[in-house]
Design a protein around this ligand. Structure first.
Ligand code: OGA
Ligand code: MN
Length: 286
């Protein structure tokens, strides 16, 4: 196995590996490499759905996502992230399926609105558009390190309110109102703004599910959160991944933000298989 950096501060392409043949020893190396590199890319892979699932299991327990209609019929832990409808036609950009996908075009870290957010997400590119549909990643360890000592101290004192209801309400597409019952399933959660990672590294833990800083004026702190996010995702802190069919990309949700970049969603198919690795610990402050 060889690791070649993707960006000056994070991410590696892993070569000399066939994800079909994952032995226990390589699995341990990869799990550690994910924490260290934050983002791992494997190119030119050719895996059956079952083999993809076995590969993903190396990284930990997998989550079952709530939308049953998007689950793989034989392997429910595999989620079909796709703009193709069951009849083979493409979704209209205002269909709920497309609106859901377009929602991922804001900087975020997956499931940060949960008490114990997920650890990592794995995408396997099955069909990619000829143009667009890249995914961008921002390094939140480098983001923390870029702050002044005063800012670091200030943010270490803060907690952020992560709210599914809020991020849904800011979706670029039109989403249906949630019922009181649905809202009760996803109550707001508060996490430290500076998270401890891999020993004593500090990480800025924000993203599109953050509504505001806890205990502060909502509108004012919301503006500050969005301004801060813009600074932390400055272009020199971002790796942009241009997908090729056969790519497997795994990112650490504890230490990165990500977003989908635009593509013509009602013109080109984009099909990804996705697995989500469960987290086991709450967000711990630095
Ligand atoms: C996700 C996600 C972005 C993409 O699956 O969580 O944000 O590029 N995907 O598909
Ligand atoms: Mn996501």
């Amino acid at each position: 196995m060889q690791f070649t950096p993707l960006h000056p501060s994070f991410g590696a392409e892993v070569t000399e590996i066939d994800c079909n043949s994952n032995d226990q020893q390589s699995a341990e190396v990869l799990k550690e490499a994910l924490t260290e590199w934050q983002l791992l890319l494997f190119r030119d892979q050719n895996l059956s759905d079952g083999a993809f699932l076995s590969f993903c299991r190396n990284f930990g327990q997998l989550e079952l996502l709530p939308e049953p209609e998007k689950r793989h019929p034989d392997y429910p832990e595999i989620f079909n992230l796709s703009n193709v409808k069951p009849d083979g036609s493409l979704t209209h950009r205002d269909d709920p399926q497309a609106v859901f996908l377009r929602g991922t075009s804001r900087w975020h870290t997956d499931s940060s609105f949960r008490e114990v957010p997920c650890l990592a997400t794995i995408l396997y590119a099955v069909t990619v558009p000829p143009v667009g549909g890249d995914t961008e990643f921002a390094n939140m360890i480098a983001a923390y390190n870029s702050l002044s000592p005063e800012e670091k101290a200030e943010y270490r004192m803060k907690q952020a309110v992560h709210s599914y209801a809020y991020s849904r309400s800011t979706n670029p597409g039109k989403v249906e109102e949630m019922s009181a019952e649905q809202l009760a399933q996803v109550p707001d959660k508060t996490h430290p703004v500076v998270r401890r990672h891999d020993g004593d590294k500090g990480v800025m833990y924000l993203g599109g599910h953050v509504s505001h800083f806890a205990g502060e004026d909502i509108e004012e702190s919301r503006t500050r959160v969005r301004e801060l996010e813009e600074r932390l995702t400055a272009i020199n802190n971002v790796y942009r991944h241009q997908w090729r069919q056969g790519d497997i990309l795994i990112w650490d949700n504890r230490s990165t933000l990500h977003r989908l970049t635009g593509y013509e969603i009602d013109k080109y198919a984009r099909v990804m298989r996705r697995c989500t690795v469960s987290g086991s610990e709450p967000v711990l402050p630095l």
